[in-house]
Each structure stands twice: as C-alpha cells, then as structure tokens.
Design a protein around this ligand. Structure first.
Ligand SMILES: [Zn+2]
Length: 200
C-alpha cells in the first residue's frame, strides 16, 4: 500500500464529494492498486451543467483527453484539465456507472453502487440532483476488441499511481470507489482511494 499522507481517504465501495475552486489541483490516488474510481464533476454555480464524456470526445477528437487537454461540460466549456498521469494510462468513458438495477440483474439487489454513492455525496454537499452523467472511469481498463466487443480487464494501476487535474471553474467533484466485484475490473476486491486537493 502506498503512503497516504495528505490524502483524503475514501473507503472501499464508498463515495465522497468535494467543493473545488477554479485553479485548484485535484490528485486521485489508487492507494493499493487495481481500483477503478468513478469520477463526476458538476459546475458549482449550476450543477445541471456537468462534465460530459460525449462532448469531451468530440471536442478532443480522442477517446480520452491527453495531458494538457481539458474535459468539457455538456455546454462545451472546460471543466477539468488533465495535468499528470502516473498510471499505465488506461481510463474509460464508455461504461455507465454501476447502479442498483445493474446488480439486480446480476442477482445482487442490495449491492453498493456508484450511482447511489454519487447521490449520497451530492446530498452531503447540499445538492439534490436526479442525474447520473456518464462517469470518467479512472484506471478502468476496458479495451475494445477488433470484433467491437468491450473486454473487461483488471485495472493495471500500481499502489500510489495518481492522476492529477486542474479545475477550470468552481466545481462539485465526486469520486466513487467502484464496488463492482462481480467482474474483474477492480480485481474482484474493491479498495480505498485517496484525493488530494491543493492550491494551484
Ligand atoms: Zn461502479
């Protein structure tokens, strides 16, 4: 396990939200390795405007932004810029957040899930928003095969791997330790992650 000094640790299968001011940096750290973190970002002034995977892909003309490039909102305004990535570089923006219904279909109706983690985190921030945008699934390794299938692979992250963003406006940021343990994306054993928010 990597050192956790200075990190706000979010336990396995749980989520948390933070208010992040424009210009602040956010590091998301996979402390034990092989853990997918679902990340969501909303504009603090109007949370109905949020990071949009679809608008980011067409703006960047890539499946995922490169270092120095921004994620944009559904109103095509920059919201987060990717500054650094020490992980092997696998991230997903295609797979919907796991939710209660997904686990019901898998025979586990009371399973924790990222959609509920998001709602709980927003509620803690005083926001009641009935919306689950497509998450940025950090560290998630789900390549597309030549036949067009999604290949659910275990995350390749090592303990201490981190990805760092800069907030481009005042945002509500939510991270969820994806509780999925019925496929191998987090090695079948969800673990904690850490967040560090620093000024510029
Ligand atoms: Zn999940």
């Amino acid at each position: 396990m990597a050192p956790t000094d200075g990190l706000d640790i979010v336990p396995a299968t749980r989520g948390k939200g933070w208010l992040v001011a424009a210009g602040q940096r956010v590091a998301v750290v996979d402390v034990e390795g092989c853990q997918v973190v679902d990340l969501f970002a909303f504009c603090a002034a109007d949370p109905t405007e949020h990071l949009s995977a679809g608008h980011t892909r067409v703006t960047r003309r890539r499946m995922f932004p490169g270092v120095g490039e921004a994620f944009v909102t559904d109103r095509r305004r920059p919201i987060l810029t990717l500054l650094e990535d020490t992980s092997p570089g696998y991230h997903d923006m295609l797979v919907a957040a796991c939710d209660r219904r997904r686990y019901e279909l898998l025979g586990h109706p009371d399973h924790r899930n990222c959609a509920d983690n998001l709602a709980e985190a927003l509620s803690t921030l005083g926001v009641d928003l009935n919306l689950v945008p497509q998450p940025v699934n950090l560290f998630s390794r789900i390549p597309i095969t030549p036949a067009g299938d999604l290949d659910f692979q275990p995350a390749a992250t090592r303990p201490g791997d981190r990805i760092v963003f800069r907030a481009e406006r005042d945002i509500l940021l939510v991270g969820s330790s994806c509780p999925m343990d019925l496929n191998p994306i987090s090695g079948g054993r969800p673990t904690a992650f850490g967040v560090e928010i620093t000024d510029g």
